[in-house]
Ligand binder design. Structure first.
Ligand code: ZN
Length: 177
């Protein structure tokens, strides 16, 4: 997946906001950590382009291997449970869910090592055959790119609906003042 990770993180933040009964967790917090979590695995692109010189495909780096995130989450969640810090436990869990969403979305057309360390086999829901010299075009012109388009359009509709709701609330408050 290329461009729909942030919109997907936004949608997940919106969903959790609507379901949350925790009044202390603000929308801003949901949005901030939702967006960070949704692109966190792709930080390996910096390593890929700046240090590794395109030597390995970026889904082979640890940031795209689910088991490493499970270990990290287990470690930090245990620390926060022991410290009885529910707020940080919630944030850590939310970031972990967003990271997993990223990796699941990357599994649609790109390979992910879901069974690592048992084996190093890449798993994907659909295969994209190499047809263009620039690898990015192989994914953009594949039908699975429609998933990204749908996520982006849906996120845009939800964003616009929230904007209208916020401006209506402000207008009501102003007219009451
Ligand atoms: Zn990715």
């Amino acid at each position: 997946m290329f461009v729909a990770h942030l919109p997907a993180g936004y949608l997940l933040s919106k969903y959790f906001e609507s379901k949350s009964k925790r009044k202390k967790i603000s929308w801003r917090l949901f949005l901030t950590f939702g967006l960070i979590g949704s692109i966190l695995p792709d930080l390996d692109l910096l390593y890929f382009y700046l240090i590794d010189g395109h030597q390995h495909q970026h889904h082979s780096y640890w940031t795209h291997i689910p088991i490493y995130w499970v270990f990290l989450y287990t470690f930090f969640a245990s620390v926060f449970i022991l410290k009885k810090n529910k707020h940080m436990l919630f944030i850590t869990t939310f970031i972990f869910i967003d990271v997993m969403l990223h990796i699941i979305l990357d599994t649609v057309a790109g390979g992910i090592m879901w069974s690592y360390p048992i084996n190093t086999q890449y798993f994907s829901f659909f295969s994209v055959l190499p047809q263009y010299n620039w690898w990015v075009l192989n994914f953009i012109f594949h039908w699975t790119f429609l998933f990204e388009v749908v996520i982006i359009i849906f996120a845009f509709i939800i964003f616009k609906a929230s904007e209208i709701k916020t401006s209506n609330t402000l207008n009501t408050l102003n007219s009451e003042a």
